[in-house]
Design a binder for this molecule. Structure first.
Ligand SMILES: [Zn+2]
Length: 243
């Protein structure tokens, strides 16, 4: 029976490891997802500077259009000027034309300002792009490492499951039934490892009589408090005593 207990304890260790591996396998994708989210949010610096560049381009296009309209206006004034019959009319058109021409000069100055600004904005776009590249490379490297880690744990899980299946074949059926039932009903812990004289899981003290029986007999004992199978590893001297 003690042998069976040893096997159950081993089985519990396998199950514990598998639970840990399961947790890692479920946690890693969450970490990856949050890294991806973080990385993509950093792309804002690029899109914002690109937006600025677009705005600048649009402003310049609008000024060019304004100039075209003013030029059309001027040419119409010039046509009317040629047809003018009085000096007063003639002077009036001259004044209008000068007024519109001044407007064109003002707009042309603004275009130059925007062009100068566009160089700055262009530089900002380049900078933000290279900045983001460095940031995203760092993120991508971390994500790649995690992907590999995930693969490692998945392989590990398969190996663990295989070894566990092998081990289960060696455990007597009746013990396996009890074990599986406890695993199901006791939060994945069927075996309580007793280090001193307390239940290793619920920490309730084990009566001295029971403890000595636990050491000296091959019977299976259940913790009176949590209902798990108690397992005490025999020290060398105790092993010898037993013999
Ligand atoms: Zn207990």
């Amino acid at each position: 029976m003690k042998d069976g207990l040893e096997l159950l304890y081993k089985l519990q260790q396998f199950d514990d490891r598998q639970t840990e591996t399961d947790i890692r396998i479920s946690e890693i994708p969450k970490t990856i997802e949050s890294l991806e989210k973080d990385r993509d949010s950093k792309a804002d610096i690029v899109s914002k500077s690109k937006e600025k560049f677009e705005d600048n381009l649009k402003a310049r296009e609008k000024f060019e259009k304004d100039i075209l309209l003013l030029k059309e206006k001027i040419s119409k004034y010039k046509e009317q000027l040629n047809k003018s019959t009085t000096n007063k009319e003639y002077q009036g058109f001259i004044t209008e034309i000068k007024y519109e021409e001044n407007k064109i000069l003002e707009i042309e100055e603004k275009i130059i300002e925007e062009m100068l600004k566009s160089d700055e904005v262009m530089e900002e776009v380049r900078k933000s792009e290279s900045e983001f590249m460095i940031i995203s490379e760092d993120y991508n490297k971390r994500i790649k490492d995690l992907d590999q880690n995930l693969l490692y744990y998945k392989e590990k899980l398969t190996e663990e499951q295989n070894s566990k299946a092998e081990l289960r074949k060696t455990v007597p059926d009746d013990l396996l039934k009890i074990y599986d039932k406890l695993i199901k009903n006791r939060e994945g812990k069927a075996i309580s490892f007793v280090e001193t004289n307390f239940c290793g899981i619920c920490n309730v003290k084990i009566r001295p009589q029971r403890l000595s029986e636990l050491i000296s007999t091959t019977n299976i004992f259940i913790c009176e408090n949590c209902g798990r199978i108690l397992y005490k590893e025999l020290k060398e001297e105790e092993q010898k005593e037993k013999v």
